[in-house]
Design a protein around this ligand. Structure first.
Ligand SMILES: CCCCCCCC/C=C\CCCCCCCC(=O)SCCNC(=O)CCNC(=O)[C@H](O)C(C)(C)COP(=O)(O)OP(=O)(O)OC[C@H]1O[C@@H](n2cnc3c(N)ncnc32)[C@H](O)[C@@H]1OP(=O)(O)O
Ligand SMILES: Cc1cc2nc3c(=O)[nH]c(=O)nc-3n(C[C@H](O)[C@H](O)[C@H](O)COP(=O)(O)OP(=O)(O)OC[C@H]3O[C@@H](n4cnc5c(N)ncnc54)[C@H](O)[C@@H]3O)c2cc1C
Length: 664
């Protein structure tokens, strides 16, 4: 039935103001207004159709992406959209493209690492898209180990140029998005060599293709690296390979904010830390955390709506079968993901604040919070992307068989999302960075250096080693201080245990390698504590709207108690709670699920996603799933003809042969 809201009865159950929650989710009423307007603009324009991506061959798929990117820019100019509106519009187009790297990494790399003069020269060109750029760091042989990059950039004082060269096969740049077929320029990372001395990895702006005929410039070999995971999905992106054969660029194309090379070939470091060369990665990791909440909320929205539509078993006395969302097992899998989506939203908001704060301090030559910013962006990028990837797959299973159809939207979402666990830093490698930060913090405790920021709790480590939870009944777990106390004690004890074990090694680096798995677990516990504590902080704010704050308190408790239950072994073995307290947490969790149940559809409506953006029959706003699934099946190209191609050629003779054999 077209036009009927099959989920209206669910929407009527909501006990809170969904419109007020939409504002909380978007971040402000202004952000909601812009995202609402931009998402509708994209959804109502047939040029942005995306429902046939899984069916297209690579060339057609890619050409379509280029068409959409050019059309999006045309609309942005015609409608005179602001930077904020333009970026929202691009995100609702919802198709990985070279523009992501141009706006997301090339421009930020120049902004973060260029001098004032370089900004003046390059930014206008990039912002008007007169040049298109990408971020060429990773090589065939090295991705995680940035210091192991092999590309050489040698200064030639005779001509005042750098000579860029790929000395080995493994030094070929490999992976950069947008590089394969489209970028005219790249920020290339390579080892700077002056006067025979290697100064380590630095960034350089390099032109790759002619602005006249788009052909690669002399000495440059460039192409696409081939099909990636999943049909459609990330194959709209031209991840590329690039080799240099003694390519020359002017000296002023080295990004010189961190260090520079003089006309005479002298290497001069400025007063900013060397690690700022990695600044673009910190920026992108921060954006990835908010994006995780977006990707997870999409999957959760689909699975929640479908779980309310889907019925299995339990028909009694003429009543229909039960909605699968009423099964406690479904709730125990789905609602923690719903809570995680909200948790990641808020920790993403906080991380954005932290990043902005660090940037302001850097302007004033205050570098003190850089290690904290690196550890938080690395750790939270790792935690949220791993949870989101697993969460999208769980949502597929929550939708049963129909979740496996491309028309559920979930396979494509998964295929596009999973590389997030690898790109911008492998998730394990990043957790090891957090672990280093934790071990360093602990080692400095004795020196009187007071830990600040997210490691401030380490300053109370002695007290945390002794603390015992005072929870006596299930409701006591609703108390934020009970939850924080348990998470802090667990994180502190896991880190301290690692530090103690490390101290047994005469060579600390050897110890770090040997204990790396324990260190990763300690880092994870620390990052979960950050998410929990930032959710709790959010709830200290004034949050208007009937029932909104109460429901967020429920979600916050679910996030925390779900992880307490999942990692019960940690909490018990470190002795910060008893097994009785563990089971009380589980009792409380069940009751919290019941409180979410009537509000579940309202909570996913608050994401304010259009059907176009969700691109899922199971997640349709009106819940009209079955007729649309049935209709969709007939659109498959296999159903264009009753008898498929290949039948007459292969199957018919085979059938005939088998029949003949049977008659003999
Ligand atoms: C249908 C849906 C459609 C959706 C549409 C939209 C989707 C698209 C969305 C979005 C587009 C995005 C598209 C994808 C983009 C991907 C791009 C890339 O992947 S670019 C490559 C990234 N590469 C890495 O991340 C390498 C990872 N490796 C590293 O970062 C480093 O090498 C690391 C961290 C492993 C460090 O290695 P060391 O230990 O050798 O580091 P040392 O260089 O020696 O540094 C030592 C000191 O520096 C600090 N440090 C390291 N990194 C730092 C940093 N970044 N900032 C500050 N300090 C840092 C350390 O803490 C350490 O500090 P102390 O000495 O202990 O105090
Ligand atoms: C879709 C996609 C887009 C990308 N886009 C870009 C781009 O635009 N620009 C760009 O420059 N790069 C890009 N990359 C490359 C990406 O940044 C790297 O793949 C990433 O940093 C991981 O590095 P790696 O591939 O070398 O993995 P590896 O480091 O080789 O990882 C392999 C395994 O080794 C483990 N491992 C590695 N080091 C350690 C360690 N020290 N301790 C314990 N375990 C370890 C890892 O956990 C992993 O399990 C992209 C990658 C993908 C998949």
């Amino acid at each position: 039935m077209e036009g009927v809201d099959h989920l209206a009865f669910e929407r009527n159950k909501a006990q809170f103001d969904v419109d007020a929650m939409k504002i909380v989710w978007a971040g402000s009423s202004h952000a909601l207004e812009v995202s609402d307007r931009m998402s509708r603009l994209v959804a109502s324009d047939p040029a942005f159709r995306k429902d046939n991506r899984a069916m297209l061959g690579r060339k057609e798929l890619f050409k379509n992406t280029l068409r959409k990117a050019a059309y999006a820019l045309k609309r942005i100019i015609e409608l005179r959209l602001s930077e904020e509106e333009a970026s929202m519009l691009r995100s609702f187009v919802d198709e990985p493209a070279f523009t992501d790297l141009h706006w997301g990494m090339f421009v930020p790399a120049i902004k973060g690492q260029g001098t004032e003069e370089q900004l003046k020269k390059w930014l206008p060109l990039a912002q008007k898209m007169q040049i298109i750029g990408c971020y060429a760091q990773t090589e065939l042989g090295h991705g995680s180990n940035v210091q192991g990059l092999e590309t050489t950039v040698t200064f030639d004082p005779k001509t005042d140029e750098f000579v860029i060269h790929s000395p080995t096969l493994t030094s070929s740049k490999w992976w950069p998005g947008g590089l394969g077929k489209i970028s005219t320029h790249a920020v290339v990372y390579g080892r700077l060599i002056t006067d025979g001395q290697d100064h380590g990895v630095h960034g350089f702006i390099v032109q790759l293709r002619s602005l006249d005929d788009h052909l690669p410039l002399p000495g440059i070999t460039v192409g696409d690296i081939g099909m990636k995971f999943g049909n459609g999905a990330y194959n709209t992106m031209d991840n590329g390979v690039l080799r240099f054969d003694h390519v020359r660029i002017p000296r002023d194309q080295m990004l010189m904010r961190v260090s520079r090379v003089t006309r005479e070939g002298k290497y001069v470091q400025s007063n900013v830390p060397r690690q700022l060369v990695y600044g673009t990665m910190v920026y992108v990791r921060q954006t990835i955390v908010s994006d995780a909440s977006t990707a997870l909320s999409r999957a959760v929205c689909i699975a929640t709506r479908y779980s309310a539509v889907r019925r299995q078993f339990g028909a009694t006395g003429g009543n229909p079968e039960s909605q699968v969302i009423d099964y406690k097992t479904q709730q125990a899998r789905l609602f923690p993901l719903l809570a995680s989506a909200y948790a990641f939203r808020f920790v993403g908001e906080w991380l954005k604040w932290l990043y902005t704060d660090v940037m302001t301090r850097l302007q004033a030559n205050d570098f003190s919070t850089l290690p904290e910013a690196h550890a938080c962006t690395a750790g939270l990028k790792s935690l949220t992307t791993s949870a989101t990837s697993d969460g999208i797959e769980e949502c597929r299973k929550l939708c049963g068989g129909h979740g496996y159809l491309c028309s559920s939207g979930l396979p494509e979402l998964f295929a596009v999302y999973v590389p997030t666990c690898t790109y911008e830093g492998d998730n394990i490698v990043l957790l090891l960075q957090v672990a280093r930060h934790l071990m360093k913090t602990i080692s400095q405790l004795g020196s009187g250096k007071k830990p600040v920021g997210t490691v401030a709790y380490m300053g109370r480590v002695e007290q945390l080693m002794e603390s015992r939870s005072d929870v006596q009944k299930a409701e006591d777990w609703l108390n934020p201080s009970a939850v924080l106390g348990a998470f802090e004690a667990r994180a502190a004890r896991k880190s301290v245990a690692c530090a103690k074990n490390l101290s047994k090694f005469s060579n600390p680096e050897e110890g770090f390698l040997e204990l790396s798995n324990d260190l990763v677990e300690a880092a994870r516990a620390h990052c979960q504590l950050i998410v929990v504590s930032k959710f709790i902080d959010k709830l200290q704010q004034d949050i208007p709207g009937k029932g909104v704050k109460q429901l967020l308190e429920v979600l916050c408790s679910i996030y925390a108690l779900f992880h307490l239950h999942k990692h019960l072994g940690d909490f018990l073995s470190t002795g910060c709670i008893t097994s009785k307290q563990g089971s009380l947490a589980n009792d409380q969790l069940r009751s919290l699920y019941s409180q979410v149940r009537p509000n579940a559809i309202g909570l996913v409506d608050a994401f304010n996603y259009t059907d176009h953006y969700l691109s899922s029959i199971l997640g349709r706003y009106d819940g009209n799933v079955y007729p649309k699934l049935y209709e969709e099946a007939w659109k498959d190209p296999l159903n264009d003809s009753v008898i498929p191609d290949g039948f007459q050629e292969y199957i018919r003779p085979m059938l005939k042969q088998q029949l003949r054999n049977a008659r003999l």
